[in-house]
Design a protein around this ligand. Structure first.
Ligand code: HEC
Length: 152
């Protein structure tokens, strides 16, 4: 029992201590001239879907939930955001070259269709990201049309 109490106490102290390790949750400023939805003049309905399901990890417009302020959950959230932005960042879309845009549009279609995006773990806590089949179809159609138009 004594050891158990010690372990518990030290775990609590450890938990308290890690709260002081900062994670950077300040969004870099968004350049409207480079932002995907501004450049493409994305219709409001599609914009709503993208902002609700993708922008938290794939833009500089991340809205952090309350649980993202508690370590160690905060570390996991921030690492997903960092990794997501590294792969695809809609806020800097305008800086991508044509090949990269084409590849991202294709991958967006694939990941939405095979339901690997939005990340399944994220959907559990974000109802608005739990896209219906109809909403997925709308997004796929939107990205597909941009690809077919060739103007990207
Ligand atoms: C919770 C964070 C999160 C959300 C929300 C999210 N993604 Fe991702 N996304 C990631 C991470 C992390 C990666 C990189 C690792 C991987 O591929 O799983 C990624 C990878 C991708 C890639 C692959 C890029 C490449 O280089 O291969 C595409 C495309 C993508 N996401 C599109 C989307 C779209 C479209 C949405 C919304 C429908 C979305 N994601 C929502 C975190 C997220």
């Amino acid at each position: 029992m004594k050891t158990f109490k010690k372990i518990l106490l030290w775990s609590l102290i450890g938990f308290a201590m890690i709260q002081f390790i900062p994670t950077d949750k300040v969004n870099p400023p968004v350049d409207r001239k480079a932002n995907f939805t501004d450049i493409r003049k994305t219709p409001a309905k599609i914009q709503g879907l993208l902002k609700g399901a993708c922008y938290d990890c794939h833009s500089y417009e991340t809205v952090y939930p309350k649980y993202a302020y508690i370590a160690p959950v905060s570390w996991s959230v921030k690492s997903h955001v960092n990794e997501g932005r590294e792969h695809l960042n809609f806020s800097v879309w305008g800086t991508y070259n044509r090949d990269l845009k084409e590849s991202m549009l294709n991958k967006a279609v694939q990941t939405i269709q095979n339901k690997t995006m939005p990340m399944p773990g994220y959907i559990v806590y974000h109802k608005e990201a739990n896209l219906s089949d109809a909403e997925r179809a709308l997004l796929v159609k939107y990205f597909d049309e941009i690809l077919k138009s060739g103007s990207y």
